[in-house]
Design a protein around this ligand. Structure first.
Ligand code: CP3
Length: 357
């Protein structure tokens, strides 16, 4: 069912084509800061029950779009669906985040892993993509996503979130072969997962390398970058204007922008530790850039938010030869539950108003 997109600013910006104003969406735009999300979650019983129910996943995906003038929707799901489908047993402890019942601690357990079957084990994700596309009805494009091989491996080996990443870094030093085997199967799974989301109707794809920045440069170039590059090169996504763009987002990736611009991805997502203008200069028009307001800006007053939005937009333009093309506005990382929804409206409206050509 081909639909015409009524708002294609986001896809045009990723192709570095002219747009009437800069598109904007926010990482974690569907979440606990919205009272209607908390109501849906209470109805479902838990986050996972909601993510595994395509109708509820659709409901919460659309919630931020009903309130704000956002230029893209993002599938409501999680990056940890892949390790869950690989049999690690995902669960959530309130206030402690995600955990795995069976974390991977040795080469033998890694050798047993296989790429999950997208048609059965991850069917709930592609079903959600289909339901959301139907309900969006061409309003804005839908973004599908996955974790990066390294970021998934962090949760799979640590068994949950971590501050020091000592278990996986010990594995990197003591048994790099086992870690590469894990990263390799994760890469195969990510490629199959993104391809399945694309086939179901995702119109752009993002890989979250949330924890790439905890690696030393030498380790990043060994354990994260090559696998991101393999995804960007091997993931089939069409040609020309119909090509499905891939965005590689990473926290702490400022040191690697030239490599990421050469990875084969259409877009690079950056955090707030670099000026957007510098990022634009260093990537030299090879890719679109997405970002990069510090999420805590949303705790500021409406005036403070507007002024930071204008600064980021102007920084991008100045570093991009005076042109606003090729910029997708976003935060440098996801939103938090205690943020004020009205501040999101201020941000989104200022992006459009200040960048209007
Ligand atoms: O952006 C969106 O609106 C789409 C949905 C989305 C979620 N998780 C929903 C979610 C996306 C894109 C993710 C990705 C994700 N999940 C990442 C990468 C991006 C990032 O934020 O760095 C990571 C590392 C995860 C793993 C994960 N899942 C964490 C750390 C948490 C938070 C746990 C907590 O208690 O805060 C989750 C759960 C999760 N995923 C929530 C949401 C809205 C909160 C669940 C809830 O309690 O309702």
């Amino acid at each position: 069912m081909p639909q015409t997109l009524r708002n294609d600013r986001f896809l045009r910006a990723l192709r570095r084509e002219p747009v009437d104003c800069t598109p904007v969406w926010l990482m974690r735009q569907a979440g606990r800061y919205l009272p209607e999300y908390r109501a849906s979650r209470a109805k479902a019983g838990s986050f996972l029950a909601m993510a595994k129910n395509p109708e509820l996943a659709c409901e919460v995906t659309l919630q931020p779009l009903e309130r704000f003038d956002l230029d893209a929707a993002i599938l409501f799901s999680d990056i940890l669906t892949i390790p869950d489908a690989m049999g690690l047993g995902l669960y959530f402890v309130d206030g402690e985040g995600p955990k795995f019942e069976r974390p991977l601690r040795d080469a033998a357990s890694i050798a047993k892993l296989g790429v999950p079957d997208m048609e059965t084990e991850l069917r709930y994700v592609t079903d959600a993509v289909r339901v959301i596309r139907r309900e969006l009805d061409g309003r804005v494009p839908l973004i599908g996503f996955s974790g990066s091989p390294w970021t998934l491996a962090c949760y799979m080996v640590e068994g949950g979130g971590s501050k020091a990443f000592s278990i996986i870094k010990a594995m990197a030093h003591n048994d790099p072969k086992a870690l590469h085997a894990l990263l390799s199967v994760n890469t195969d799974a990510v490629i199959a997962y993104l391809a399945a989301q694309r086939a179901a109707g995702a119109q752009a794809l993002q890989v979250f390398d949330t924890w790439g920045g905890v690696l030393s440069p030498a380790m990043y170039r060994e354990f994260s970058l090559p696998y991101l590059t393999r995804i960007a090169r091997e993931l089939e996504r069409g040609e020309g204007p119909e090509r499905t763009p891939l965005i590689v987002f990473g926290r702490g990736n400022a040191a690697y922008l030239e490599d990421l611009a050469d990875s084969g991805a259409e877009g690079v997502g950056v955090d707030w530790l670099i000026e957007l203008g510098e990022a634009a200069q260093r990537t030299g028009g090879k890719v679109a850039l997405q970002g990069n307001l510090d999420p805590t800006t949303l705790y500021g007053s409406p005036d403070a938010i507007r002024s930071e939005v204008r600064r980021a937009l102007d920084s991008y333009r100045d570093g991009n030869g005076g042109s606003r093309e090729g910029h997708v506005f976003n935060l440098g990382h996801g939103m938090s539950p205690d943020m004020d929804p009205e501040h999101v409206r201020v941000l989104v409206d200022e992006v459009h108003a200040h960048s209007r050509r």
